[in-house]
Unconditional design. Structure first.
Length: 320
């Protein structure tokens, strides 16, 4: 995935290249689902103009970052042998998120990981922007529950993180280490979260596995008891992920896909898009937007949603 911010006069551009590989299986966590995330990032190329080729000497200010699934963040300057590393407890990751916070004058990038710590999980974050060579992991508090689902969503200048056995919590970025529980009636134990039309959505809260709840406008700390939508609640299925794509909130169950459109509770409309096909259980991290397409993993294979329709793009691995 290649991201390039549009040029604005008098400001610097940040070029960010990210490649992500998600491992599935039992692995280091000793449970089904995703056992780790390998994420490789190359960034730090800043330039005032937009040349067809990077100016000579630009890459001397570029750092390469590699986070392995055993908790090691390695950094090196481009075209040098210098290497720094930092570790969490080394017990393996449940989930990872790279948060790009635009302060208006600069873009700060922080990495968040959820790592198994005994029977619970610790959220670690880099306490300074990761282009700082002295960056180190900082454990946030409190510990999260033992549930294996961690989802992330920037909203209203904070980062929201969910856990299937704990309240959704927020982190304000920077050097702070406190995860603040969402108050104001927010549903607990929600698995999935996304921001849509300036509302924060939480989905599948354990008690109501087919429910999507939404906050008050622009306020993650205030929730009305009736602000939710049940997505075919008696079909024996449950929500397995949500994502925003093409001005729509897409809601995935194991065997169906829905879209939620509209810009306020008064005109939210849910439409069933697919029957018999959905996002597989424990595969929420495969729901990804890449350019103008939305990918997800079903029990039948990998599917893509685009302006031209919905298409299966994978085939079973044949026998030798």
């Amino acid at each position: 995935m290649h991201l390039l911010w549009p040029r604005r006069p008098g400001t610097r551009l940040l070029l960010l290249i990210i490649s992500i590989l998600v491992f599935s299986g039992t692995g280091a966590l000793g449970q089904e689902g995703f056992s780790g995330v390998l994420i490789q990032k190359f960034f730090g190329v800043n330039f005032l103009d937009f040349p067809d080729a990077l100016p000579s000497g630009t890459l001397t200010s570029c750092q390469n970052f590699l986070v392995s699934n055993n908790g090691t963040l390695q950094k090196r300057w481009a075209f040098t042998d210098a290497l720094d590393s930092m570790n969490t407890d080394g017990n393996g990751f449940q989930s990872m998120f790279v948060w790009m916070r635009d302060s208006g004058t600069s873009i700060n990038i922080q990495i968040y990981v959820a790592e198994l710590s005994g029977a619970s999980y610790t959220i670690y974050q880099t306490n300074t922007p990761i282009n700082n060579p002295t960056t180190a992991w900082v454990a946030c508090s409190p510990l999260r529950g033992s549930g294996q689902v961690f989802d992330w969503a920037p909203f209203n200048q904070v980062l929201i993180t969910t856990c299937s056995s704990d309240s959704a919590r927020s982190h304000a970025g920077g050097t702070g280490s406190t995860l603040t529980a969402l108050a104001g009636g927010a549903p607990v134990n929600a698995k999935y979260t996304r921001a849509y039309k300036n509302y924060l959505f939480l989905a599948n809260n354990g008690t109501n596995k087919s429910r999507v709840s939404f906050s008050n406008l622009g306020d993650q700390t205030t929730w009305s008891s009736n602000d939710y939508i049940d997505i075919t609640p008696y079909d024996g299925d449950e929500i397995t992920g949500i994502e925003v794509f093409q001005n729509t909130l897409w809601i995935f169950k194991r065997f169906s896909v829905y879209s939620l459109s509209g810009d306020a509770p008064s005109n939210f409309v849910v439409t069933k898009i697919l029957s018999g096909i959905g996002c597989a259980e424990n595969a929420w991290q495969t729901i990804k937007v890449v350019e103008d397409r939305l990918f997800f993993l079903s029990i039948h294979g990998v599917y893509v949603i685009s302006e031209t329709g919905i298409e299966k793009i994978s085939n079973p691995i044949g026998t030798l």
